[in-house]
Design a binder for this molecule. Structure first.
Ligand SMILES: Nc1nc2c(ncn2[C@@H]2O[C@H](COP(=O)(O)OP(=O)(O)OP(=O)(O)O)[C@@H](O)[C@H]2O)c(=O)[nH]1
Ligand SMILES: [Mg+2]
Length: 298
């Protein structure tokens, strides 16, 4: 077997942007596999997720982050804090924007947070497969080091972006072992995959009222089966009824789709058992938020 090339340069790259611009899609594109969850709705990602890419002796640790936005609920405040908390760790900041729309108020909010950044900030205009508004609209926001036009969906422009990021990373250690994909546990990713299916299959406020916990996880090497029990928590009884669906159809479909993604990730057969529970107003309650992995620190 070929020895992996020794890592001599490394660094942390933040994927930052307002909600729905394609940060998580770009992370998955860069890694060449699905790690982060995505959806056509804003505010899908709630936690920072590191994805590790080793390329020709360079280790790039990408942070997918929640979209920077203004929201009054405690969960929204948590998300924005979580996104901005990576700034002190970065070697390169990627300011991702939607090339099909003029800058939005939330783009300006992010620009203000990046204004004093001590690291290069790259402007990356995503979704160029479906259009591109005039670039000066965006370059007026900050003194960007460079501008890239990409499509995270098709991969157009991503190689050139990676080349520039590579050129900006300093000499450094291997932060994660060769075979590491992420800093997150399989349990966390399972919770996220389940939450993604809720985003895909339900509407209105339901996805925003959902948190997922994995209650038990059992690997059985003899049979190659992974048995996972998880709970989908909602804020109201009416949402529980929607998630279960007529004759249990909705929960069955969520479970089926999440199981297929988990089997691809784990390379194993998965038995996924889902429950739905009501935790009233959890998006506004510090104790509930903490229990679900969204701790708001003072
Ligand atoms: N046409 C097109 N759609 C894209 C592209 N990149 C992402 N999308 C779509 O844009 C939507 C949002 O993508 P996400 O990756 O979830 O966006 P995000 O920035 O992570 O969003 P939040 O987690 O909510 O902040 C999804 O429907 C993606 O499929 C692209 O290059 N072209
Ligand atoms: Mg995201």
């Amino acid at each position: 077997m070929d020895q992996p090339i020794a890592i001599t340069r490394s660094g942390f790259v933040g994927l930052l942007g307002r909600p729905n611009v394609g940060k998580s899609t770009l992370l998955n594109r860069v890694l060449g596999q699905k790690l982060a969850i995505t959806s056509p709705r804003p505010q899908t990602t709630r936690n920072r997720v590191a994805g590790v890419l080793n390329r020709g002796g360079v280790q790039m640790v990408f942070f997918d982050t929640p979209g920077v936005h203004e929201g009054e609920k405690l969960i929204n405040r948590y998300m924005v804090k979580e996104a901005l908390s990576c700034l002190p760790d970065l070697d390169v900041a990627v300011f991702l924007a939607d090339a099909t729309e003029a800058p939005h108020h939330d783009d300006e909010v992010l620009a203000r947070h990046l204004a004093g950044a001590q690291v290069p900030v790259l402007l990356v205009l995503n979704k160029v497969d479906v259009g591109c508004v005039p670039v000066p609209f965006f370059t007026a926001l900050l003194p960007f080091r460079s501008v890239h036009r990409i499509s995270a969906a098709t991969g157009e422009g991503v190689a050139a972006l990676l080349d520039e990021i590579t050129s900006l990373l300093p000499e450094g250690p291997e932060y994660y072992p060769d075979d590491a994909l992420t800093d997150r546990s399989e349990r966390f990713i399972a919770q996220e995959f389940i939450r993604e299916k809720v985003f895909a299959l339900t509407g209105e406020e339901v996805p925003y009222s959902v948190a997922v916990t994995v209650d038990s996880w059992k690997d059985t090497p003899e049979t190659g089966l992974v048995v996972i029990h998880a709970t989908i928590h909602v804020e109201r009884d009416s949402q529980k009824a929607i998630l279960i669906g007529k004759g249990g159809q909705m929960i069955k479909e969520i479970g089926k789709r999440a199981r297929l993604d988990l089997e691809a990730l784990l390379g194993a057969r998965v038995y996924l058992d889902l429950h739905v529970a009501v935790e009233k107003n959890w998006t506004r309650e510090p104790a509930s938020l903490k229990r679900f992995g969204y701790e708001v620190k003072p």
